[in-house]
Design a protein around this ligand. Sequence first.
Ligand SMILES: Cc1cc2nc3c(=O)[nH]c(=O)nc-3n(C[C@H](O)[C@H](O)[C@H](O)COP(=O)(O)OP(=O)(O)OC[C@H]3O[C@@H](n4cnc5c(N)ncnc54)[C@H](O)[C@@H]3O)c2cc1C
Length: 404
Amino acid sequence: VSPVRYLDRSRATVAAAADLAALAERMRRLAPAADAAGAIPDGLFDGIDVRWLNRAYLPLELGGDPAFADGVTRCLATETLGYADASLTVALPGPSLSLSPLLELGTEEQRRDLLGRFDSPDPVWGAFAITEPSGGSDATHLATTASREDGGYRLAGEKCFIGNAGRASFVVVFASVDPSRGRLGIQPLVVDRDAPGLTVDDTAPMLGLRALRVARLRFEDCWVPEERLLGAASGRTSARAFLSAQRSWDYMRPALSSLMLGAVERLLDDLRELGDDAGDAVVRRSAAALADRVRPRLASARLLAHHAAATFDAGDDASVLSSMAKTAAAGLARATVAEAVAAVGVAGLGAHRIARDVERWARDFQAFELLEGTTEVHQLMIARGWSAQSRRRRRSTAARGAAA
Ligand SMILES: Cc1cc2nc3c(=O)[nH]c(=O)nc-3n(C[C@H](O)[C@H](O)[C@H](O)COP(=O)(O)OP(=O)(O)OC[C@H]3O[C@@H](n4cnc5c(N)ncnc54)[C@H](O)[C@@H]3O)c2cc1C
């Protein structure tokens, strides 16, 4: 890094740290209201220019914030926000998972138009829609179709559990343009939130992460002009189109894992505070014992998330590492909150202010196991990744032996 760039980056980091701390403080204060309303409460962004937040994940050359230019820094930032509130963190503005398909498959014009929307002082969201009512784990079989017609595509089908869709400026929708080709026939298309033929229903009550407002999308006779197909103009194949979804997850999962770890850290701190505040020796002892057991796992899960982020940044395959990071963080969160709930219940402190937070986190942490792939599916992906690696190792050992 050149000295000038380094200095720019240091200045940006100091500014971003102050912005981050101010936002985290508001999120912490407004979290119970966000959960009660299942929405982003009034006041979260009042008087704040959120351009830095809108663009935190964008690459520098496309207007990204220099303070968040590397994956490990993004993990640290997300951990800070997760400590404040998990539900509001996943509801924050930015392109989120929609970014990778735009970066990898979008033409310069598509990127300028769509990513340019994030250059705004007001919050702007992008949404990413792959999951369908028939099941989200196997994203290679999609029932949503995009039928080719003169000058564009006609979308038909349904998506579900789509985060932030109701407030998004656009949705990157994965659909089958050629069902006979299976996974190779899947292509992402960009659909404006207010496109005719798209209905967004985000009113279904959710148990956890309620501020995210996951939505069901219905496409009926929804016309998408040709220039909104990602990957067509660049001449890239459909295989690459589907891989761009995998890259989105590889990119986001380390930060998502860090969010969960921040939330676990907060739970440990607040459980201790509850014991002190209520003068309850049982909760105090449980909180101390839980922290002793969880902190080493927290530290190793944090290193795993950072390693996955740095591996992605280096341009290497981060799929297995990001699956491991996500599984480790989600499992730790679930186990820790279950013990916290038991400690609070046994002490009969359910009515305490902090106990109500613990109850909210128990619901939020449950969703960690599902979003961006369930734990069972990640375990499968990890096992497949390891077998592929060991096959490659065996082949190269055999080749070396033959050469000798
Ligand atoms: C809060 C939240 C936000 C989300 N945001 C988005 C979003 O923005 N965009 C989007 O596209 N999706 C989103 N999702 C969807 C999420 O990615 C899916 O919920 C997830 O992929 C699982 O799909 P499913 O719920 O349909 O479960 P299914 O695929 O129907 O699976 C049901 C159960 O079967 C298990 N299972 C499935 N296949 C296997 C297998 N081969 N071996 C062993 N067990 C298996 C699963 O682990 C699960 O327990 C979100 C989900 C949540 C909860």
